[in-house]
Design a protein around this ligand. Structure first.
Ligand SMILES: [Zn+2]
Ligand SMILES: [Zn+2]
Length: 146
């Protein structure tokens, strides 16, 4: 199972003309195995225990390369720290303003909505993605108890 998953990654890399390095593969795996849209720092902290020679700079550079090759997405959050994900299926995001947690959502009603007519004057719209922000349930709970 694990081996098969790895083969899949290697094939994806090859298809995109991307050289496979151990570190690059591990960074991609870490991202593919998480659903919390980690920062580069978080991936670095996670990998450091098994790959003591990895540097934060290496993580940044590889994330950039993976993004350029369309293997991962950088999530637009409006926050200064970049967040990444390997989930390339079109979806939307909920972001908590307090704990910065990002949750994936699907919103079929929104997806079906055509952009307003006058948007056509701007150009050709290819993607429609929304980010909703607010306070998550966990943070609401904390607020009440303090
Ligand atoms: Zn929260
Ligand atoms: Zn996402």
């Amino acid at each position: 199972m694990q081996k098969k998953l790895l083969d899949g990654f290697e094939k994806t890399f090859q298809m995109r003309g991307l050289r496979i390095t151990q570190q690059r593969l591990e960074i991609f795996k870490a991202l593919a195995g998480s659903s919390d849209h980690p920062t580069a720092e978080k991936i670095y902290a996670q990998l450091r225990s098994t790959m003591p020679t990895i540097s934060l700079d290496t993580v940044y550079r590889n994330l950039h390369t993976l993004q350029n090759h369309g293997l991962i997405n950088r999530v637009t959050t409006g926050q200064s720290q970049a967040r990444f994900e390997a989930n390339l299926t079109p979806h939307h995001h909920l972001i908590c303003k307090i704990c910065q947690k990002i949750t994936d959502i699907s919103w079929q009603e929104f997806d079906k909505l055509a952009p307003p007519q006058d948007f056509n004057q701007w150009g050709d719209i290819k993607e429609k993605q929304v980010t909703l922000s607010g306070i998550c349930r966990d943070c609401l709970k904390d607020k009440k108890s303090s």
